[in-house]
Write a protein that binds this ligand. Structure first.
Ligand SMILES: Cc1ncc(COP(=O)(O)O)c(C=O)c1O
Length: 422
């Protein structure tokens, strides 16, 4: 907008443009923010958003690039974001149920499709019940504050997702942060809070930056030994990890009910639109419906989004084949990249971090990959630790072997050019 916005007294807001006068506070604020922005640029960690002008899919259109860019950095692990049945379900729901509810769930924002989807989620995870949120960030923000009191203790992996960290900040339980995946440290912390009324161990099932997996069998054994509960965030596991996509529990052969509480997202493998949920004991879900703040004070999930996710669960409940393809693709990518001399971190998960170290190198590498028609992104501080910049490749069931081979070839060419491999 080109016009300055005027306040009643005639003083321009600091976002106002050409010729506008700024108050001292407005000018000072702008200076502070400019300083921050310059600092990010100077550190080489500025994130530029590339603009996609097509659906999310294996082949995408990227603004300013030639046609047919291969996409290797989305969380569309099952390729369902633009699956025709999923898209059709969203269109039908738009016609039947409208664009949105203009309401939170407990006022007049609950439709039959919301409760149906919650039923399917609980069935998929073999749990009592489930509660929907607008995002998994909200599910993580809502849970801990309601479940835990000052009489309780929460023990959280130091590399858990930001939304878990924020959610735990909101609760009044005693807080313990254990070293990443370190079960000895976890046990030491459990011993420090033996007297707590409830002890909750909190971990990502799969850690999104490193593609590595929580040591769930050991965590569950410690939970048994020390009378603790286990919470797992399954955003990077639900739908595709484990033989039938039931997630980290299934990956480790722990059955489908060992973990006490699961939070996950509808915004990645499960259609990729938006939404999150908690699934677990019915008393917990009932209490969250009464008290969880992101549920009580935020709008109902829009009907087309609900219908898309619901169709995804129909597909997953009706077939077990989805997880196999993504695993075969992952094996192919990881082995070829390792043979070529790259260091690929993680544990045989579709998140394949190609480790480069330097932030600028990662960003240049990604730019050169785009010139070769492959969309990948460099990750650097503060998203990952300083000196551990990487390109996080994500494999999808919808990639073909030819797509994988073409991408490995591009990595080899760019890697040689930039001196990463010989
Ligand atoms: C481990 C983990 N938890 C939670 C979230 C938040 O999910 P949503 O996008 O549904 O808010 C993410 C998304 O990046 C995630 O990776």
């Amino acid at each position: 907008m080109a016009a300055a916005v005027l306040r009643k007294g005639g003083v321009c807001l600091w976002r106002g443009v050409v010729g506008s006068r700024l108050s001292h506070a407005q000018a000072a604020c702008r200076d502070i923010l400019e300083g921050e922005l310059e600092g990010i640029k100077a550190a080489g960690t500025w994130k530029t958003e590339r603009v996609i002008t097509s659906k999310q899919a294996v082949t995408i259109r990227v603004q300013g690039q030639h046609e047919g860019i291969l996409n290797f950095c989305s969380n569309n692990y099952l390729g369902l974001s633009s699956h025709p049945e999923v898209v059709q379900a969203g269109k039908d729901a738009l016609d039947k149920y409208g664009a949105g509810l203009s309401s939170v769930r407990f006022i007049c924002g609950t439709q039959d499709i919301h409760t149906e989807l919650e039923g399917k989620i609980a069935k998929f995870h073999n749990r009592d019940d489930a509660i929907l949120y607008a995002s998994c960030f909200d599910a993580n923000a809502g849970l801990f504050e309601i479940l835990l009191t000052p009489e309780d203790a929460v023990l959280s992996d130091e590399l858990n997702h930001a939304s878990i960290i924020d959610g735990i900040r909101l609760c009044k339980a005693r807080k313990f942060r254990y070293q990443h995946k370190n079960v000895q440290d976890l046990e030491a912390k459990l011993l420090e809070c033996q007297d707590a009324r409830m002890k909750l161990i909190v971990t990502d099932g799969v850690f999104s930056m490193d593609g590595n997996v929580a040591p769930l069998p050991e965590i569950c054994s410690l939970a048994d030994k020390h009378n603790a509960l286990v919470f797992v965030d399954e955003c990077h596991a639900t739908g595709f990890f484990g033989a039938t996509g039931r997630g980290t529990e299934e990956h480790f052969g722990l059955g489908s009910t060992r973990v006490d509480i699961i939070n996950s997202t509808l915004g990645k493998a499960l259609g990729g639109a938006a939404g999150g949920y908690t699934t677990g004991p019915k008393q917990l879900i009932a209490l969250l419906r009464q008290r969880a703040r992101p549920y009580l004070f935020s709008n109902s999930v829009p009907p087309p989004v609900v219908a898309c996710a619901s169709k995804v669960f129909d597909l997953l409940l009706g077939s077990a084949g989805f997880a196999e393809k993504v695993q075969a693709n992952t094996d192919r990518f990881r082995s070829q990249m390792t043979d070529a001399g790259f260091t690929v971190a993680g544990e045989n998960h579709p998140i394949c971090p190609v480790m480069l170290g330097d932030a600028r190198l990662a960003s240049t590498f990604a730019d050169l990959m785009l010139e070769k028609g492959i969309f990948v992104i460099g990750f650097s501080f503060p998203v990952v630790p300083k000196g551990k910049a990487r390109i996080r490749v994500q494999i999808s069931a919808s990639h073909s072997f030819e797509d994988i081979d073409r991408t490995v070839e591009a990595f080899k060419q760019v890697g040689k050019k930039l001196g990463v491999i010989s």
